[in-house]
Design a protein around this ligand. Structure first.
Ligand code: CP
Length: 301
């Protein structure tokens, strides 16, 4: 059975650190050819800009060929073909599957059907493990360490798959968390219980300004319209936080603002020009980290 990356918990601490080190090598050595002859399938059942393009660029930079789709309207899924049959077909054509799907658990299901390695590029509100690895890479790049960081997660902590994965990865490194969200979008109990079990301290608040000055990492997230079943609920919280440059006067000098992107209104454009904004470099880092993940799962250790 091939190793897949479905949840961040599929990787040990050593495997995560290995990925970060290999990604740092690829940042300095961007063009490789050792995957020539390999085919990577990129299956996006849900919209994406960064994850899909950085994965496909990563595969190209490693010398692999890429097949796949970014829109299921051009596939036989519109004729009623099941996820199971789609994955079985693609498994005949490729060496590795990258998959984003709106249904939680869909990537795990695909990995059970396919004999190929499967990478979860986001499954509903569940997990986004490759985002987590690029977030860790970016934190280490900006802070010089992953140890003892104060991470303030802001926004949609209920449906935000990136924050869920990140908590499970960072617990190895003695973090302290601040969870900033409106009451409707608080961190799910299962993740808070995970932190309690591992004696990781966390604070919950609905005030963005209240804890800004404590953070080493301010991890902003979008309120995700596509996860709400009730449009009125979305309207109530969609503009709950808006970070602007005037709010950053007393933050720690080492503080960096990350965001998985896309952003909507939660970070004003004037923040982009401050020394704290790091989200565009974070997105670039995704390419190096995804090169390392593809290489690792195809057996290049
Ligand atoms: N961060 C992220 O997953 O972005 P996309 O939805 O554009 O892939």
């Amino acid at each position: 059975m091939s190793k897949s990356l479905i949840s961040i918990t599929d990787f040990s601490k050593d495997e995560m650190l290995h990925i970060l080190d290999v990604a740092a090598y690829f940042e300095k050595n961007k063009m490789q050819s050792f995957l020539s002859g390999k085919v990577v399938a990129s299956l996006f059942f849900e919209p994406s800009t960064r994850t899909r393009l950085s994965f496909e660029t990563a595969a190209n930079r490693l010398g692999a060929k890429v097949i796949g789709f970014a829109d299921t309207r051009n596939t036989s899924i519109t004729k009623g073909e099941s996820l199971k049959d789609t994955i079985k077909m693609v498994s005949n054509y490729a060496d590795l599957i990258i998959m984003r799907h709106p249904l939680e658990g869909s990537s795990r299901y695909a990995s059970e059907i396919s004999s190929l390695p499967v990478i979860n590029a986001g499954d509903g509100a569940n997990q986004h493990p490759t985002q987590t690895l690029l977030d860790m890479y970016t934190m280490r790049e900006t802070q010089g360490t992953l140890e003892n960081l104060c991470i303030n997660m802001v926004g949609d902590l209920k449906y935000g798959r990136t924050v869920h994965s990140l908590i499970q990865a960072m617990y190895y490194f003695h973090p302290r968390f601040i969870f900033t969200s409106p009451n409707e979008l608080t961190m799910p109990e299962q993740y808070k219980e995970f932190l309690r079990q591992h004696e990781i301290p966390f604070t919950e608040t609905d005030s963005l300004v209240g804890h800004l000055n404590e953070a080493d990492i301010l991890y902003m997230t979008r309120v995700q319209q596509e996860r709400f079943t009730d449009p009125m609920e979305y309207e109530k919280v969609k503009n709950v936080y808006r970070l602007d440059a005037s709010m950053l006067r007393s933050v720690k000098s080492n503080m960096k603002i990350l965001h998985p992107l896309p952003r909507v209104n939660e970070i004003a454009q004037d923040v982009d020009d401050t020394p704290y904004a790091y989200y565009f470099k974070q997105a670039e880092n995704g390419m190096y980290v995804r090169m390392a993940i593809i290489a690792y799962l195809l057996g290049y250790k």
